[in-house]
Design a protein around this ligand. Structure first.
Ligand SMILES: [Zn+2]
Length: 137
């Protein structure tokens, strides 16, 4: 865990709120960044089995990427939630992730009382956990 990523607290809270909107199905989207500005771009989950997988809706993904460009931001990360499992990449997450340069944030709802948020870099079907720091805005 040599690489550290720092997230503003407001962004971490926003990501956890997105995950909590759907207690049974995974939510997903993009995280854009420019200078000190961060923004969450939710994208609909188009997977067949949304309780344990996500697949960003193609049109929604294009729209999110366009909104990010128009906001002058670039892709920093991709987030999704795990309603029923830990915040570790699933076999499908390892096999299907096509953004090796992006930070993968997984939010787990499968915890008692405390939401868990972990950061990964996934490339070549291997995942490396990043040290995630939440800092005050
Ligand atoms: Zn997953």
């Amino acid at each position: 865990m040599s690489e550290t990523v720092a997230l503003p607290r407001s962004l971490a809270i926003q990501l956890m709120q997105e995950a909590q909107k759907s207690s049974e199905e995974e939510v997903c989207g993009l995280i854009g960044h420019a200078d000190d500005a961060w923004r969450v771009y939710p994208v609909a989950n188009a997977a067949a089995e949304r309780s344990r997988a996500f697949e960003m809706d193609a049109a929604g993904l294009v729209a999110a990427q366009r909104a990010m460009r128009q906001a002058g931001q670039s892709l920093w990360g991709i987030y999704h939630s795990h309603p029923h499992s830990a915040a570790t990449p699933s076999a499908a997450d390892l096999a299907e992730t096509g953004y090796p340069e992006a930070v993968q944030i997984i939010i787990s709802l499968d915890v008692r009382g405390v939401l868990q948020l972990r950061a990964w870099r996934i490339a070549g079907e291997a995942a490396r956990e990043l040290r995630l720091e939440v800092r005050d805005d």
